[in-house]
Design a protein around this ligand. Structure first.
Ligand SMILES: NC(=O)c1ccc[n+]([C@@H]2O[C@H](COP(=O)([O-])OP(=O)(O)OC[C@H]3O[C@@H](n4cnc5c(N)ncnc54)[C@H](OP(=O)(O)O)[C@@H]3O)[C@@H](O)[C@H]2O)c1
Length: 286
């Protein structure tokens, strides 16, 4: 199996399937230089997608990304940011977007997401997103933390079917979206951006990295359990993974998941250990 590097969006444009997340970066856990070096290591290795948000470290994650991408060809990058729900209306969205662009040091975003649903009507957010698109400030827009009922309501809203992606939590230990949301998204041409694809290195599911099935697949391929988790998410052609790391070594290790094709037997063993849902489950969120 050859790894498909991009997904096609509804307008025919391409979006990379492997990116770098930025939540918890720029919060002082590591030096800014180290985190910038981690992002640059990814860029140098060919990772062009970076996912950030106005929320992350109060805008400092966007500023970190802005510093990291300085000197790289903007046209080869795919930058995603997110607007707070309370800023996703007529009075605020443009101001939030312009602030994000300033911090990122760019004049457009490739993708702008509503971070989660708030009280501003979807129709108003869609209208603001479409205006930002017409004005050339964003190439596409999407949503995050939307479950199937939210997606249905969005698609019933005028212009709502122009939503390009939905970013939700998805990893081997949290497969609830597979029951009805992913089939719905597949049918409507909305790719999934999978966040926490490594269950935050096991923090969201303590047994996942020590699971014998995960370990067996990892040792068969000469990789670690983290890469198996990423390969599991990436087995779906219409899924984008955005693992986060502030460590250059980890960024490069994670990229190895793109070359890891899981066999049918391996997928069956992972299915046995972490079964797919058999009924609707509430959307898992972070
Ligand atoms: N839309 C939303 O509501 C939402 C919510 C959550 C996340 N997100 C997005 O999705 C991205 C990914 O999610 P996430 O950051 O929560 O979780 P994640 O990517 O599953 O895990 C991140 C954690 O894994 C560690 N890690 C990464 N690579 C590793 C490796 N090779 N070996 C060992 N540890 C490793 C990182 O630590 P080190 O820095 O030490 O490598 C970090 O603590 C976020 O950064 C953000 O951009 C979106």
């Amino acid at each position: 199996m050859v790894f498909r590097r991009d997904v096609s969006l509804h307008d025919g444009s391409l979006m990379p399937r492997f990116g770098m997340g930025t939540w918890h970066l720029a919060e002082g856990r590591r030096s800014p230089a180290q985190e910038e070096a981690a992002l640059k290591a990814g860029l140098d290795a060919g990772i062009s997608l970076i996912d950030t948000a106005e929320m992350y470290a109060d805008g400092r994650a966007e500023s970190l990304v802005g510093r990291a991408i300085t000197g790289y060809d903007r046209s080869r990058l795919f930058l995603v940011s997110k607007v707070y729900p309370h800023n996703a209306g007529r009075r605020q969205l443009r101001r939030s977007l312009e602030a994000s662009l300033r911090r990122l040091g760019t004049d457009y975003l490739d993708m702008y997401l509503l971070h989660w649903r708030g009280s501003i009507p979807l129709a108003e957010t869609v209208d603001c997103m479409e205006r930002a698109k017409s004005d050339g400030l964003i190439r596409n827009w999407g949503v995050s933390n939307f479950d199937i009922d939210d997606m249905r309501e969005l698609f019933a809203t005028p212009g709502g079917d122009l939503c390009a992606v939905n970013q939700d939590l998805y990893h081997l230990g949290s497969r609830g979206v597979e029951f009805s949301l992913l089939p719905w998204m597949d049918a409507h041409g909305v790719p999934l951006m999978a966040y926490c694809p490594m269950a935050q290195a096991g923090r969201l599911n303590r047994r996942i990295l020590d699971d014998p099935a995960v370990r067996a697949v990892a040792s068969a391929h000469g990789v670690g359990p983290i890469q198996v988790l990423l390969a599991f998410v990436l087995r779906r052609d219409d899924t984008i993974a955005i693992p986060c790391s502030g460590d250059a070594r980890h960024v490069l290790d994670n990229l190895r998941a793109c070359d890891l094709a899981l066999s049918a037997d391996e997928l069956a063993a992972l299915d046995d250990a972490f079964p797919a849902p058999t009924s609707k489950e509430p959307l898992d969120m972070q």
